[in-house]
Write a protein that binds this ligand. Structure first.
Ligand code: NAD
Length: 480
């Protein structure tokens, strides 16, 4: 009935499919082992603050043991294996990920706080797609454009963040293995569980011991890994701050490095854009995954002539977003990943208000327990405001305006970052012209936050260097 609002009935995904152990060791040399010099820490559900499991924070000797296992596997089996056989393992992993997709999606939502709709429909299908894609490259490396006989680098030390835990693992491990390297991977401290199930999947696939090693822990474990002299290649995704430390620590060594860091993307709406579609793109750009997305469209640039229309539609749309239980299939926005991240989002939003921007959120009831933040937008934002310059990494949108295409490009590029951007317009020629002028690794046209394993991804300036995904993603793991 028009005009009446109905509540949705709860539609919880069952968590019976996951079997979380009370404690986990480290995955080294093909088996779960106790730590030598580590200590336990807990991983919690950010939606309820319930403790999910005891996890091991690996110490330097644990990391040493993992790197030794990876070296031994590299020399004894993996680098010399027929490429078509390496491919078989990757295909097998991809298929097992598909078979266990529901379990992985529920576990990811529990540990990370993201809505099950996203982990089920985006994260896990993309994880399988990455393994399928790079499995296809394993026996075609001589045709990848890196010479007739490209060689692997050796042992890769890989450190990933908490926003797409299993997907970031796939981005790191699939190309490394396809190219003939072995890996030691450290997941983020707040989201270790799917990486540990991935370790089980490696066992299930019969992957030779030591090809994949998973060491859990926080910054100290990550530092021990990237500084380890036995590591030939460092691959890091995370904050620009830690990226800088890593760049310093590997300077002067012969380690190869790729850094995928932060972003502050502009999403540019021209006055000839289809407004309803653009509003969906704006919402997807900043509220997908609670805005915990490095390439999030966190700066909205709207052409002045359509500003009122866009803002009114956007506010209307935001009132329909459902914030709450990540395991409910109707939830659009889940929990913020940690108390620390929530504190940062609150702090920067308060700064936005203090600096004179106007804050707006739709009416929305937040759960009592757990870490929550309502979808929020700021208008009256100037380029000098901190909320227009710093990465908030939460569901907070800063709205700015422009009059001419040149002004849009100038404002979009006025950032220390350069990871992604979006352009919304009806004119193909304008898309091409604006995209060519934007200093961003990825430019989406009339869409946002689209990912595909065959598309390279990476940044300019403080967003890092190197590319992941596609044929370009192989280069980072080959001696070329
Ligand atoms: P973070 O830099 O704090 O942590 C990332 C990882 O690095 C974690 O596993 C952490 O334990 C580890 N770490 C911390 N200190 C370390 C050190 N000194 N040496 C080695 N490892 C260390 O970042 P975060 O808060 O987990 O993630 C959010 C950031 O990641 C955001 O800035 C976001 O933009 C970025 N990110 C970038 C991409 C991309 O592809 N460009 C993708 C996802 C996230």
């Amino acid at each position: 009935m028009a005009g009446l609002k109905f509540d949705y009935a709860p539609a919880p995904e069952s968590r019976a499919i996951v079997d979380i152990k009370s404690s986990y060791g480290l995955f080294i040399g093909g088996e779960f082992v106790d730590s030598i010099d580590g200590r336990p820490f807990k991983t919690i559900s950010p939606a309820s603050e319930e403790v999910l499991a005891d996890i091991t924070e690996a110490g330097p000797r644990d990391v040493d043991r993992a790197v030794a296992a990876a070296r031994s596997a590299f020399e004894s089996t993996w680098s010399g294996m027929r490429p078509a056989d390496r491919a078989k393992y990757l295909y097998r992993i991809a298929r097992i990920v598909q078979e266990r997709a529901r379990e992985l999606a529920v576990l990811e939502s529990l540990d990370n706080g993201k809505p099950i709709r996203e982990s089920r429909d985006v994260d896990i299908p993309l994880v399988a797609a990455h393994f399928f894609y790079y499995a296809g490259w394993a026996d075609k490396l001589p045709y990848a454009g890196f010479g007739p006989d490209p060689r692997p680098l050796g042992v890769a030390g890989q450190v990933i963040p908490w926003n797409f835990p299993l997907l970031m693992l796939a981005w790191k491990i699939a190309p490394a293995l396809a190219a003939g390297n072995t890996v030691v991977l450290k997941p983020a401290e707040t989201t270790p569980l799917t990486a540990l199930v991935f370790a089980e999947i490696c066992q299930q696939a019969g992957l030779p011991p030591g090809v994949v090693n998973i060491v859990t822990g926080a910054g100290d474990t990550g530092r021990a890994l990237v500084e380890h002299p036995g590591v030939d290649k460092v691959a890091f995704t995370g904050s620009t701050e830690v990226g800088r430390l890593i760049a310093k620590s590997v300077a002067g060594t012969d380690k190869k490095v790729t850094l995928e860091l932060g972003g502050k993307a502009a999403n540019i709406i021209f006055d000839d854009a289809p407004i309803d579609q653009a509003v969906e793109g704006i919402v997807n750009g900043i509220f997908f995954n609670q805005g915990h997305v490095c390439c999030a469209g966190s700066r909205l640039l709207v052409q002045e002539s359509v500003y009122e229309d866009v803002l009114a539609s956007l506010k209307r749309r935001l009132t329909t977003l459902r914030v709450g239980d990540p395991l409910d299939k109707n939830t659009d926005i889940g929990a913020i990943n940690s108390a620390a991240q929530l504190a940062r989002i609150k702090e920067l939003s308060d700064v936005g208000e203090a600096e004179g921007a106007e804050r707006w959120s739709p009416p929305c009831e937040l759960p009592d327990r757990g870490f929550w933040f309502p979808p929020t937008l700021f208008t009256g934002v100037s380029q000098a405001h901190r909320i227009a310059r710093e990465e908030i990494f939460g569901p907070v949108l800063s709205v700015l305006t422009f009059r001419t295409p040149d002004e849009a490009v100038e404002k979009a590029n006025n950032t220390p970052y350069g990871l992604s951007a979006g352009v919304w317009t009806d004119k193909g020629s304008r898309i091409l012209s604006i995209a060519a002028q934007l200093r961003a690794g990825v430019v989406w046209a009339n869409t946002f936050n689209r990912f595909d394993p065959s598309s390279p991804f990476g940044g300019y300036k403080e967003s890092g260097y190197g590319r992941e995904g596609g044929r370009h993603g192989l280069e980072a793991y080959l001696d070329v």
